[in-house]
Design a binder for this molecule. Structure first.
Ligand code: ATP
Length: 311
């Protein structure tokens, strides 16, 4: 496993060693270890069922692990209890709020649970919901509800914020809005622990990514490092109505079909691209919507597991 070097020399805010949790025969979390540095965005990236929610629920104090060590805020803890919970914020995967309350009422209600904390009005400003303060919760869009959940998680002014799939099911604009808020929270010095199955999200936001599959961490690093360590060189992608079997022979093992779209993994872009173009010209085969793209975390996951993140 790599060493998270983002804050080298500063003690980590969270360290997990050999964490385990089974549900009957299912080893949901099967010996997971990682470190989260203060002031960073850390992502647990993996497909549905990888064990991300179970991991994060243990760290939020909602579940007990079967085994493993957790060091939180510099202290070894048997279980995440009240003292630690006072310093963390949580956005659950399926958090729902009373639909017939107004936004400011929900915030004030949750604010009343804490002796000290942030001003609800300032938090509504931060998450871009100031103009919705008097709106009924049931009238909010999915993205607005998630931003309300984020504001509520920030009420106790936590040092460490856990978000379980914070943008699942949201459209790209709503997703980007949340990304912007998370980046501004990091700029304020907060530490953000994210679970996601969206590789774009992990790639765009994270200082450090742990890729999780079948209860284990299968790779970790900065997004850039992971892509350069496990990703293939470059992809040329195109669509063609013609059978590509002769081309498959020519680029044995490097051509992949995904529906109508062909994806060719190239090591020497100049050489392979000109071979492809010459073949297409000779055979009079149209190559539509041709793009050249760099590998991403989805390709890393595919190269490690043979599966796509969203299979
Ligand atoms: P998702 O994003 O779909 O929630 P995940 O990566 O968060 O996926 P978990 O929810 O932690 O994964 O689930 C890990 C495994 O444990 C899955 O096989 C799941 O079916 C199983 N599992 C999760 N919760 C329970 C439970 N309460 N009882 C039994 N099995 C469970």
């Amino acid at each position: 496993m790599g060493v998270n070097p983002v804050n080298f020399g500063v003690p980590p805010i969270l360290r997990v060693r050999d964490l385990r949790k089974a549900y009957g025969q299912i080893l949901a979390v099967n010996g997971v270890s990682f470190t989260v540095d203060a002031g960073t965005i850390f992502s647990l990236l993996g497909p549905n069922g990888a064990g991300k929610t179970t991991t994060v629920e243990i760290l939020e104090g909602l579940r007990l692990p079967d085994a493993g060590e957790i060091e939180l805020f510099g202290e070894e803890v048997q279980r995440v209890g009240r003292t630690q919970k006072a310093r963390i914020g949580v956005v659950l995967q399926d958090g729902a709020f009373e639909p017939l309350l107004r936004v400011h009422e929900v915030l004030n209600l949750f604010r009343s649970f804490f002796q000290k904390g942030q001003d609800p009005a300032a938090l509504l400003e931060l998450v871009g919901l100031a103009d919705k303060a008097r709106a009924l919760v049931k009238t909010l869009s999915g993205g607005q509800k998630q931003r309300l959940a984020l504001a509520i998680a920030l009420l106790n002014d936590p040092e460490l914020l856990f978000l379980d799939e914070p943008t699942a099911g949201l459209d790209p604009q709503a997703r980007r809005h949340i990304w912007g808020i998370l980046e501004s929270l990091r700029a304020q010095g907060k530490t953000i622990f994210l679970t996601t199955h969206y590789m774009e999200e992990a790639e765009a936001l994270s200082d450090w990514v742990c890729i999780m599959d079948h209860g284990k961490i299968i790779a970790e690093g900065t997004p850039r490092e992971l892509v350069s360590r496990f990703g293939p060189a470059t992809f040329v992608e195109f669509e063609t109505p013609t059978a590509i079997s002769p081309l498959s022979t020519c680029f044995a093992g490097r051509l992949r079909q995904d529906g109508e779209r062909m994806s060719l993994e190239v090591e020497d872009l100049g050489r392979d691209l000109s071979a492809l173009l010459s073949w297409a010209a000779e055979q009079n085969v149209p190559l539509r919507n041709l793009v050249i793209r760099q590998p991403n975390l989805e390709d890393v996951f595919l190269s490690l597991t043979g599966r796509r993140l969203r299979d």
